[in-house]
Write a protein that binds this ligand. Structure first.
Ligand code: CO
Length: 153
């Protein structure tokens, strides 16, 4: 049975680390597959649009994003293309409960990643999904959305 994991909240140091790449041979392990299931259920139960591994205390490069039909797991995601166009919208974060602010993000991004079944994949996203990808990948580099707010409060 999947478990709902506790969310690490600001200002924990874990959220400020640069996370390490996941070794491809570890993707198939029971531990990793369980972590993926646990992160998916945690994101859904906590009403998140995305969740990054550091938010559950693991400094490894893995994120979950909430697509309309089902959650998608991205391992070692890398943004390979981003639009010139940017868009500003409100963001929040499970690790910063109660805090919402306007953040500027690229309107479209392309991203390479490895799936939970160890396949090389490419995702093209725009608008909300592009925003979620950029927000979650930032977590893997120790960056929080409050770092990108222009008018710091
Ligand atoms: Co977040």
């Amino acid at each position: 049975m999947p478990n709902i994991l506790p969310i690490i909240t600001y200002p924990s140091n874990i959220l400020r680390q640069k996370s390490s790449e996941i070794e491809v041979k570890s993707i198939n392990t029971k531990e990793m597959q369980k972590l993926i299931r646990d992160m998916k259920i945690t994101m859904i139960k906590k009403d998140g649009v995305g969740l990054a591994a550091p938010q559950v205390g693991k400094n490894i490069r893995m994120i979950i994003i909430n697509l309309p039909d089902e959650p998608l797991c991205l391992i070692n995601p890398v943004v390979t293309k981003k639009s010139w166009a940017k868009e500003t919208a409100e963001e929040g974060c499970l690790s910063l409960p109660g805090i919402f602010d306007q953040v500027s993000r690229h309107k479209k991004v392309c991203c390479h990643y490895i799936s939970e079944w160890n396949e090389k994949k490419l995702i093209e996203a725009e608008d909300l999904m592009a925003r979620v990808l950029q927000h979650e990948i930032d977590h893997l580099d120790g960056i929080l959305f409050i770092d990108r707010v222009k008018t710091k409060k």
